[in-house]
Design a protein around this ligand. Structure first.
Ligand code: HEM
Length: 438
């Protein structure tokens, strides 16, 4: 037995296919890959993905997940760096570790505080209301594509603070292209292949586009330094580290791209999944419309929580262990990459009655503050945009359902496809909308 094999023997068992096959199964049929691994190996198993030096351990037991997220010393799992570094830059909050990470996080958190979110509700309402006006009537269209436009515009307004319509159109076009270019499973596979075999990096051809976007962002940063406003960029410009110094322009650019990438596609996709579930569950949809009409928010909140449970948009939130982690009879050594398999954690029969049923009522007493509900990850790396995303989803749902009735335009529920690091509805969630006459 080689040294490499004796090292990996300490890790939990897992699928034995070659890494290239495991990677393809993960990218193309993630739920069946996870379910079959759960059936064969239980709560904890090791997977091998292309481009990763070592196996990655997947967990789904809530106590193990709590222990993993509870230790702030752990680093970022290499799969995150592999997928995001080429697009985000090394100073992105998503990729920094240790003190550097915590310092930035402290600086950025106040801009995303729950109470501040109320200020952005009217922006979301305005953007959605205007977009809905141009929706096709009585013919199928992709609600995912519409939600992508909406969430991009919300970020450009609330986070970047771009008010000039001409600039917003240009930035929307360039960012849309960059995001579309970097989204496909095919490109991800090509990037992993290039990392593994040293073939040309498929992302280099995007450099011109990146430079153009950077120039536009630097202009916005300079303007906000001279003339601060209500947006999150103005707050980032004004924020100071403990020593009193500000973030420099290059870093602010990295954080803006991080907020864009982490906040735009994720929220659009979560909304698309929510509509896919709603149009297939008429009783839930009817109750939601009634509650929205009555000005109630509790049921909409529960719908959002349940949708994020059943369709977790970000499937992994990995850590690189800084100290040993005990789980399922194993002691995982420092340096091991470990991640909750969020789908598996969310569909445990011991935590959720009828775990595969879409039943928002289970969240009516508020979100579950447990490690069995982790759509936003946890611990010191938990999503800083969680309150923003939940607000945006709730406000968008209400605004849309006030103006349109919706039904599904396809027979089958959506399959999962990969876009960037997210799980996305493969068919773009086609729906048919009609104007509501109130
Ligand atoms: C439904 C929408 C969203 C989902 C499902 C989601 C999910 C996640 C997850 C799973 C993580 C990793 C957490 C971990 O490793 O423990 C994360 C991190 C992050 N998210 Fe979100 N997110 C969403 C929306 C947003 C929005 C709207 C923003 C900002 C505008 C945002 C900004 C971030 C940032 C900056 C991080 C890095 C935090 C850190 O490393 O300290 N996200 N998100």
């Amino acid at each position: 037995m080689t040294a490499r094999h004796s090292h990996t023997a300490a890790l939990p068992a897992g699928p034995r296919e070659p890494p290239i096959l495991q990677t393809l199964r993960w990218l193309l049929r993630p739920i069946s890959f996870l379910e079959s691994s759960r059936r064969r190996f239980g709560d904890t198993f090791s997977v091998r993905f292309l481009g990763l030096q070592k196996p990655m351990v997947m967990l789904s037991d809530p106590d193990a997940i709590r222990d993993l997220f509870g230790n702030p010393e752990h680093g970022v799992a290499s799969i995150r760096t592999l997928a995001l570094l080429p697009i985000l830059g090394p100073r992105s909050l998503l990729l920094l570790e240790g003190r550097d990470h915590l310092n930035r996080r402290r600086l950025m958190l106040p801009s995303f505080h729950g109470a501040r979110m109320r200020a952005y509700e009217s922006t979301v309402r305005e953007v959605v209301a205007r977009d809905v006006q141009s929706w096709p009537q009585r013919e199928p269209f992709s609600i995912h594509a519409r939600m992508q436009r909406v969430t991009l515009e919300v970020i450009l307004r609330a986070v970047f603070g771009v008010t000039d319509p001409e600039r917003r159109t240009r930035l929307t076009d360039r960012l849309g292209r960059l995001l579309a270019e970097t989204a496909s499973a095919g490109l991800q596979f090509a990037v992993l292949l290039s990392r593994r075999f040293g073939t040309p990096d498929p992302l280099t051809r995007l450099q011109g586009l990146r430079r153009e976007i950077d120039a536009m962002l630097h202009l916005e940063i300079a303007e906000r330094r001279a003339d601060p406003r209500e947006d999150i960029l103005s707050m980032l410009v004004a924020a100071r580290f403990e020593g009193g110094e500000p973030m420099d322009d290059g870093e602010i650019r990295d954080q803006l791209m991080t907020l864009l990438l982490a906040g735009h596609e994720t929220t659009a996709t979560a909304l698309a999944w929510t509509f896919d579930l709603l149009v297939r569950h008429p009783a839930v949809l009817t109750r939601l419309v009634a509650e929205v009409d009555a000005g109630e928010q509790a049921y909409a909140r529960a719908v959002v929580s349940e949708s994020l449970r059943l369709r977790p948009v970000v499937p992994l939130a990995g850590r690189r262990l800084a100290s040993p982690l005990r789980v399922d009879g194993h002691v995982l050594p420092p340096g091991t990459d470990v991640t909750p398999a969020i789908w598996l954690a969310h569909t445990r029969a011991d935590r959720y009655h009828e775990p595969f049923a879409f039943r928002p009522e289970r969240f009516l007493d508020g979100p579950l503050l447990t490690s069995a509900w982790i759509p936003f990850g946890g611990g010191v790396r938990r999503c800083i945009g969680a309150a923003f995303a939940e607000m945006e989803m709730r406000v968008a749902l209400a605004e849309i359902l006030r103006h349109r009735t919706l039904r599904s335009a396809s027979g089958d529920a959506e399959h999962v496809a990969r876009r960037n690091v997210t799980w996305s509805p493969a068919g773009g969630t086609p729906v048919i909308a009609e104007v509501r006459h109130l």
